[in-house]
Ligand binder design. Structure first.
Ligand SMILES: C[S@@+](CC[C@H](N)C(=O)[O-])C[C@H]1O[C@@H](n2cnc3c(N)ncnc32)[C@H](O)[C@@H]1O
Length: 272
């Protein structure tokens, strides 16, 4: 079957695979672009040493670790600190300044946080703002569907290449260097709560002033993207801002009820 996956399959077979994986792992590949999912699935099956899809399902049902491996591989976790530096500069100099004027306890959600590079970058920015005697406090929720990535985030140890956008001063201030790795200091860690959460399910009743959802929707189908952006709109407080990825220009932002602050920054109007 893994060769068959590479060669293409019928919609009925695709639906059988979708259902099988959903029942074995809780992950619905139907929300994602099928070509990418099948390519990844084929590689995961070869790595697990199975050729037949039913055998792979049996393996998943028997071994919870294989389910975590599946989720880890099927989701792409590449990240880095201050990804798209100029956009983080705008976030820092304009958006956060406006938000801390309005909200004294800034509630932030890094949605699809991978291994934590994004929420830790935010925490660095906010700690620096606090030093400028701005009177506010903040808390960050960092969520992802991939338990392995979240565990790396909780550990807070990063290779040097992921910190290429962090200045030497900030590295010194917020990280401890151990051989070639950088360890996040506790003053950042205690501001962040990591949570395993599927973004295609609504987030309970929690509301945020700033949501980062960046480089998550690349493989989502159109319907899943729309579902996600309406979920995120629901999770914002009026006046709150959504920050998307550097290639995720939301052209139809008005359909969800957003107003555009700047490309990649969308605000929920105060009056709604
Ligand atoms: C490429 S990383 C982006 C990380 C970070 N936001 C950044 O921009 O560097 C995409 C993340 O989205 C997560 N993801 C994909 N689908 C998801 C879903 N349905 N729910 C939650 N997270 C998801 C993946 O596990 C992965 O960690």
């Amino acid at each position: 079957m893994s060769d068959q996956l590479k060669e293409g399959i019928s919609p009925v077979e695709l639906e059988t695979i979708r259902r099988g994986l959903l029942s074995a792992t809780g992950f619905d590949i139907g929300h994602y672009k099928s070509g990418q999912m099948l390519r990844l699935l084929s590689t995961i099956m070869s790595r697990a040493g199975v050729k037949d899809f039913q055998d792979y399902l049996t393996l998943l049902k028997k071994d919870p670790q294989k389910v975590e491996d599946f989720k880890h591989y099927i989701t792409i976790n590449v990240s880095e600190f201050f990804r798209d530096k100029t956009l983080f500069d705008y976030l820092d100099h304009v958006v956060i300044l406006q938000l801390v004027e309005r909200f004294k306890l800034l509630k932030i959600w890094s949605a699809g946080c991978a291994s934590g590079e994004e929420p830790y970058s935010l925490a660095v920015l906010l700690e620096e703002k606090l030093k400028q005697k701005k009177s506010f406090d903040y808390e960050i929720l960092a969520s992802d569907i991939d338990a392995e990535a979240l565990n790396r985030g909780i550990t807070g140890i990063f290779p040097e290449k992921e910190l290429k956008n962090v200045s030497p001063e900030l590295k010194k201030m917020y990280f401890d260097k151990k051989q070639n790795d950088y360890r996040v200091q506790d003053k950042l860690k205690r501001k962040i709560t990591f949570l395993n959460h599927d973004l295609l399910l609504p987030m309970e009743s929690r509301k945020f002033h700033l949501i980062l959802c960046r480089n998550v929707v690349i493989y989502f189908r159109e319907a899943a993207k729309n579902q996600l952006y309406s979920n995120l709109w629901q999770s914002l407080e009026p006046g709150g801002v959504l920050f998307t990825g550097g290639t995720e220009n939301l052209l139809n932002y008005r359909n969800f009820g957003f107003e555009k602050l700047e490309t990649y920054f969308y605000r929920k109007p105060i009056s709604k």
